[in-house]
Structure formats: structure tokens, C-alpha cells
Design a protein around this ligand. Structure first.
Ligand SMILES: Nc1nc2c(ncn2[C@@H]2O[C@H](COP(=O)(O)OP(=O)(O)OP(=O)(O)O)[C@@H](O)[C@H]2O)c(=O)[nH]1
Ligand SMILES: C=C(OP(=O)(O)O)C(=O)O
Length: 207
């Protein structure tokens, strides 16, 4: 795979509605949801294997706060209903090219982790990375010429395997696998090393 070949689609729910289970004392949930999404987007944008990051969102505040991250494309999912539809809208912008959907709640992700997974994805038609629990998915890939498909949501890893995605060999402890829905999962991500926006918010915590 040549460098910078991938389009990475990152869906982000409006922060006012997202991360509903993420309750951290002394921290505003909306600000935290945005910081987590922005750290994920920034890591993807800095990845050497990524040509373009497409953020699918209706969150205008997130778009403004992402101004310091170069080279992003935004797609509004106003007319889409649900996560897979949002991802499909983003994937359509790179039809036929190598595409990946990355969930927007991976605050410890680094560009190197993502590059390793995309390199593995280049060797299979469709690939999937399991979340840290082994039941969900954090990344789905489709290489050049392969039609886009995804089935995110509870228990998505098994569905992605059924759809023909090959499990990508990513270490258990990779930050790419540590998605964050709860305060406990945020603590696990913190142990791996948080991105700067999420870390700054936690450091500035009240109380
Ligand atoms: N654009 C878009 N993104 C979505 C949608 N649903 C989920 N996402 C994003 O997909 C990723 C995984 O989402 P979930 O963890 O399932 O949902 P969440 O609302 O963030 O968290 P919960 O409130 O705990 O369900 C996050 O980046 C979400 O922002 C959707 O309908 N549209
Ligand atoms: C959307 C998913 O995960 P979560 O709801 O845990 O973020 C998924 O695993 O497909």
C-alpha cells in the first residue's frame, strides 16, 4: 500500500447527545465528548497512511473546535439515521478507494497505532478491529474496489466477521481497541496515554 492511501471516516454524534454513559465527576460531559472525538480525529489526521479524514457529524461546535486540525473534510449526516448510515455517507466520498470507518471515541489513539491497522487492512478485502472487550468493533476497512459495508452497534464484531471482514492482528493493549463509553473505560484509556485535549480537560477537573 502506498503511503497516505486511506480515507478514514469518523462518525461523531452531536456532543449534546453522545457519550450518555460517560459520567466523570467535575467534568462537563459535552466538553469531554468533544475532546475525545477531537483527539481521535487529530490522531487519524496525523497518520502517515491517511490521505483524508472525513468527519461525519451535525455538531457545529465540534467543527469550530477542529479548526486547528489540518486537512479535514466534514460531511453533515442530517439526513442519515444511525451510525452505519452516517459512516456510509462518509465512505461514499471515496468510493472505490481504500476506506476505513473509525469510531470517534478512542482518546488514546496514536497515528502509529492506526497506521499499523491500516497496513494490515491493505492485505485483506475487508478488515475489522475488535474493541478491548472483544465484542464491539473500533475500525472497519475496505480496500480498493471493495464495496462499503458496516454493521456497528452492540455485538458488532461477530456481525463484521459474518460479513466477511478479516480480524486484523492488533495487540490486545492497543489504544485503537480502547473505545470509551464509561468512566472506567476512560481510566483505562488514561493508563495508555490520552490525547492532549482529553488530558487537558481531566487535568483541569474541578473538585
Ligand atoms: N454521525 C453519527 N455518529 C454517530 C452516531 N451514532 C454514534 N455515532 C458515533 O459513533 C461512535 C460510537 O458511538 P457509540 O459509543 O455507539 O454512541 P455514543 O452516543 O457516543 O455513546 P452512548 O451514549 O454511550 O451510546 C462515536 O464516535 C459516536 O459519536 C450517529 O447516528 N451519527
Ligand atoms: C458502536 C460500537 O461500540 P460502542 O457502542 O461500544 O461505542 C460497536 O462496537 O460497533
Amino acid at each position: 500500500m502506498t503511503a497516505r492511501a486511506w480515507t478514514v471516516v469518523i462518525p461523531v454524534k452531536p456532543s449534546a447527545h453522545g457519550k450518555s454513559r460517560l459520567d466523570v465527576a467535575g467534568i462537563d460531559r459535552i466538553a469531554l465528548a468533544r475532546a475525545i472525538a477531537l483527539d481521535t480525529v487529530a490522531a487519524a489526521a496525523a497518520c502517515e497512511s491517511v490521505e483524508r479524514v472525513v468527519v461525519v457529524t451535525q455538531d457545529g461546535g465540534l467543527v469550530i473546535q477542529a479548526a486547528d486540525i489540518p486537512g479535514l473534510r466534514f460531511v453533515s449526516d442530517e439526513e442519515a439515521i444511525g451510525l452505519d448510515e452516517a459512516v456510509a455517507l462518509g465512505a461514499k466520498t471515496a468510493e472505490g478507494r481504500p476506506r476505513a470507518a473509525l469510531l470517534g471515541d478512542l482518546p488514546a489513539l496514536t497515528p502509529t497505532d492506526l497506521a499499523a491497522a491500516l497496513d494490515a487492512g491493505a492485505a485483506v478485502d475487508r478488515g475489522v478491529v475488535a474493541d478491548a472487550e472483544g465484542t464491539g468493533s473500533t475500525l472497519v476497512t475496505a480496500r480498493e474496489g471493495v464495496a462499503w459495508q458496516s454493521s456497528f452497534g452492540d455485538g458488532s464484531f461477530a456481525r463484521h466477521l459474518e460479513m466477511g471482514c478479516a480480524p486484523l492482528a492488533i495487540p490486545d493493549a492497543s489504544p485503537l481497541r480502547r473505545d470509551v463509553d464509561t468512566a472506567e473505560q476512560l481510566a483505562e484509556a488514561a493508563a495508555l496515554g490520552l490525547g492532549p485535549r482529553t488530558a487537558a480537560l481531566l487535568n483541569a477537573r474541578v473538585g
